[in-house]
Ligand binder design. Structure first.
Ligand code: ZN
Length: 420
């Protein structure tokens, strides 16, 4: 099998811990060796001097088909044929890969776009990251997204939503989404965060939510939810919700529950931060308060052991696809979280949600080789990850997907020769 060796780089693992000057050897699709020593004689050698090698990142709240949501007409930027939305998704998948995101985990998509993209990538007809396929937004008649449609008579069904009423309908709805390829189900459980409406309103009953979660878990499928108030979050956690999206209203009690149950949190504060300057009125005021409260409590959630993720509503009016890496610097600057910790959100925690802990999200022998070579040291300067131009090489499954490394002669240090 072909060997690739990256030498002279700083290795950053899935906890954001650095090791200087290690050699990383990749054989086929997996990492063969990480540590001191010269590269194997028959390896293709890449000189990583001045660079870092880190795990490929995960964007864990991803909407492949979003474009200018908030600007385009109803239904919230999902107009267009399934073909057009799929092509948009294909374009965005390329942006993800080029920005160092070798995996994306969907937070909802119409027309089974994710499932189509995933198959196309596996067939080798387009490039893109690993995809954990999402569902439509499952919720009840008249829920916040459904209400957008109210005044658009003849507008038909919202393509991004699946309306269900009653536990049986939720069971069938979840099963339908799984049949359409979903590997993670998205449920709209409450208004709040980016979604206007009566604050604290639950979109569905406890029985409906339980039926949905159970139907997914029986089939080994995870469930995530748009949710933004304390009683709703507590109920979702009690029923076994896997991912709390947004989670406005998080407090000490909920943090303890999340740690105990191993639930994931997507704080997704980058979207409100970008959207607030163009919003006004009472909803904007609540949005601002919720964002500030979340940013303030995040270090506590991190210290307590909550599994926090990066990923946000990219593809909205003020947050474009391709800006994914800027989110890490945002949390360092505005929440005071360490660069190493946000790197673990984007690597190790994402792999855990995908069900691939031990296979992805770290730089260790035996793991799948989803690796990045980054110009400079993102632990010292996290903003480096915000510019795809600094992501010099992207490897997925041992395959080089992007390569901006200048071809240059490799210098093997005397120490490496001694270690070998
Ligand atoms: Zn979203």
């Amino acid at each position: 099998m072909p060997l690739i060796a990256i030498v002279n780089a700083t290795v950053i693992d899935g906890a954001g811990k650095r090791t200087q000057g290690a050699t990383v050897v990749v054989e086929g699709e997996r990492i063969l060796r990480v540590g001191p020593g010269a590269p194997p004689a028959d390896a293709r050698v890449i000189d990583g001097t001045g660079c870092s090698v880190m795990p490929g990142m995960f964007s864990s709240h991803y909407h492949a088909s979003y474009r200018m949501v908030g600007q385009a007409g109803l239904p919230i930027g999902m107009e267009g044929s399934p073909g057009l939305l799929t092509l948009r998704g294909a374009h965005n998948m390329g942006l993800a890969l080029d920005g160092g995101f070798t995996s994306v985990i969907s937070a909802g998509v119409p027309h089974a776009v994710d499932a189509s993209l995933k198959q196309a990538i596996e067939e080798g007809i387009m490039r893109g990251p690993r995809i954990m396929v999402g569902s439509r937004d499952v919720s009840t008649t008249g829920h916040s997204q459904d209400t957008y449609m109210r005044w658009h008579w003849q507008a038909g069904e919202h393509p991004g939503a699946l309306v269900c009423d009653g536990p049986e309908a939720f069971r069938k709805g979840v099963r339908t989404e799984i049949k359409r390829g979903a590997e993670i189900i998205k449920i709209f459980a409450s208004v709040g965060h980016s979604v206007r409406g009566k604050y604290g309103l639950m979109e569905l009953s406890r029985e409906e939510l339980k039926a949905a979660i159970d139907a997914a878990h029986e089939r080994g499928v995870k469930v995530r939810t748009h949710i933004a108030n304390k009683p709703a979050i507590r109920m979702a956690l009690e029923l076994g919700m896997d991912v709390i999206d947004h989670g406005d209203g998080l407090d000490d009690e909920l943090i303890a529950m999340m740690v105990e149950r191993g639930a994931f949190l997507v704080p997704s504060c980058f979207h409100p931060y970008r959207a607030l300057p163009i919003r006004s009125g009472p909803h904007a005021e609540i949005m601002k308060q919720d964002m500030e409260a979340m940013l303030a409590i995040l270090p506590k959630a991190q210290a307590a052991g909550v599994k926090i993720l990066v990923g946000d509503d990219f593809g909205t009016l003020t947050l474009e696809h391709g800006e994914y890496g800027k989110e890490l610097g945002f949390y360092v600057e505005h929440a005071g979280v360490s660069p190493s910790d946000v790197i673990s959100w984007a690597t190790r925690n994402g792999a855990d949600l995908m069900g691939m802990a031990g296979e992805l999200g770290d730089v260790r022998p035996g793991m799948l080789a989803d690796l990045l070579i980054v110009k400079g040291d993102p632990v010292a300067d996290i903003t480096l990850l915000g510019d795809p131009g600094n992501i010099l090489l992207v490897m997925k499954n041992g395959q080089v997907e992007k390569n901006l490394m200048a071809e240059r002669p490799v210098r093997v240090t005397p120490q490496q020769l001694v270690d070998a």
